[in-house]
Design a protein around this ligand. Structure first.
Ligand code: NAP
Length: 417
């Protein structure tokens, strides 16, 4: 399509879908969105790191052709106050694979979260967040090397659906009246009300994606995390549907924990992926005390939001945690932290969250060599204690560098690998 403000690169090929598969040339066009606040600093640094790693991996045979797409404050400046331009959504759909920095969301009023709108408009139903440890990264854990999980968080339902009715509004009064008079519900006068939809369709497609990831990546288990002891028909139903999808569609590859105990004396048969479930509160505790018991996790939206940040804290915090929002084909990779507005344009923060989201993106398009090069350069820089301020304050004898300085350090190390 013809865009008003987005300039597609003159060379490069758009990714296509054929027979339900992505078709990606050696010269793909990928989209990037800078984001607000620290977005520009981390995007500039990450683009340089990704390009250098691609060059190192393929010596010019493969190259990314980047197309800038606008959302958030930068979009508002270009599109006359529109933070969420239609043509940006069109470009994300057309390019299929893109990566974004953080976007500002006002709390308790103003416009709705652009991130939530993006996930819902494009039906990016799985938020995928790997959490793994790099030796030398400051961690509060005794054995941080045991943390190696990939969290699949349902991204479109739950209390994030936007079905909220402010106390005192006519909609709230109407709903409160219905709930009290027709459903016999009891709650305090003047309560704000929200609805928590969890569907079979939404739960099953999320758990399906988690199981397929586990199969493709030789993972040992998928844990369904829920609060079904209290919210039986939403969180409890998520658990039930999760087990159903495993039993109905992946009976060959998976086995439930109940069956392991009933038929195999507690030992998972070779080649089978264990499907188990844990209540959300105990999961938080176990992730700190016995993280090795977790591998792939699949959970509802709010649980996933909390768990992914808590897990990231175990291996270096938000400055390093990557993520992706995925539909069946369209994927928007993103830094999991926010815009950290106090650090805007200070060239100070850690670009690694966005950079590692890029590693996920290169794995997704079938270029895993890029991630290996970035991982090795990162590991080397960390072992030399070359770090941004967030790690420097937790390390003895750190060599503190800026955002762009960190990118320089990684690129230099790639060259000497
Ligand atoms: P935040 O922007 O993530 O920042 C919280 C703190 O995390 C920062 O003050 C900083 O800690 C640390 N941090 C974040 N990014 C870092 C990085 N790259 N390197 C090192 N440290 C980093 O969270 P917030 O202040 O709660 O949210 C600010 C805005 O971002 C809000 O409008 C929120 O809605 C939005 N947000 C957007 C997304 C998204 O776009 N996906 C996600 C979350 C929040 P220190 O102060 O200790 O240095």
């Amino acid at each position: 399509m013809a865009y008003k403000n987005i300039t597609m690169p003159e060379s490069g090929d758009k990714i296509r879908i054929e027979n339900d598969q992505l078709v990606i040339s050696d010269q793909p066009i990928l989209g990037y969105i800078e984001g607000d606040g620290i977005g520009k600093d981390i995007t500039d640094a990450s683009l340089r790191i990704w390009d250098a790693a691609v060059e190192k991996a393929y010596g010019g045979k493969r190259k990314v052709h980047w197309a800038e797409i606008f959302l958030g404050e930068k979009a508002a400046g270009i599109y006359d106050g529109d933070y969420f331009p239609d043509e940006s959504l069109e470009a994300i759909k057309e390019l299929i694979v893109s990566i974004k920095g953080p976007l500002t969301t006002p709390v308790g009023g103003g416009f709705r979260s652009l991130n939530v709108s993006l996930r819902q408009t494009l039906d990016l139903y799985a938020c995928v967040r790997p959490v793994r440890y790099f030796e030398g990264v400051p961690s509060p854990m005794k054995r941080p090397e045991e943390v190696d999980i990939v969290l699949f968080r349902e991204n479109t339902e739950d209390v994030y659906s936007g079905l909220e009715y402010e106390a005192g509004s006519p909609e709230n009064e109407k709903l409160a009246k219905f709930l009290r008079e027709e459903m016999g519900a009891k709650f305090f006068e003047g309560a704000g009300l929200g609805v928590k939809p969890i569907s079979e369709f939404g739960s099953k497609r999320l758990v399906r994606k988690a199981i397929e990831f586990a199969i493709d990546n030789n993972r040992e288990s998928v844990t369904l995390v829920h609060k079904g002891n209290i919210m039986k028909f939403t969180e409890g139903a998520f658990r039930k549907w999760g087990y159903e999808v495993a039993a109905e569609e992946y009976a060959e590859q998976t086995i439930s924990e109940d069956e392991v105990w009933a038929k195999h004396d507690g030992k998972v048969p070779a080649g089978k992926i264990l499907i188990k479930d844990r209540i959300a509160d105990i999961t938080f505790q176990l992730l700190q005390l016995r993280p090795a018991e977790f591998d792939v996790l699949a959970t509802t939206n709010l649980n996933g939001d909390y768990i992914s940040d808590a897990a990231a804290a175990e291996v270096g915090g938000m400055g390093i945690a990557p993520g992706a929002n995925m539909a069946d084909h369209i994927a928007v990779f993103e830094a999991t932290h926010g815009t950290a507005p106090k650090y805007t344009n200070l060239n100070k923060v850690n670009p690694s969250s966005l950079m590692f989201s890029g590693v996920m993106m290169f794995d997704y398009i079938g270029w895993p060599e890029v991630g290996k090069i970035i991982d090795a350069a990162f590991q080397q820089a960390i072992s030399e204690k070359i770090v941004t301020y967030d790690f420097a304050r937790l390390m003895e004898g750190a060599n503190k560098v800026t955002t762009s300085g960190f990118a320089d350090a990684l690129i230099e190390r790639m060259k000497s690998q």
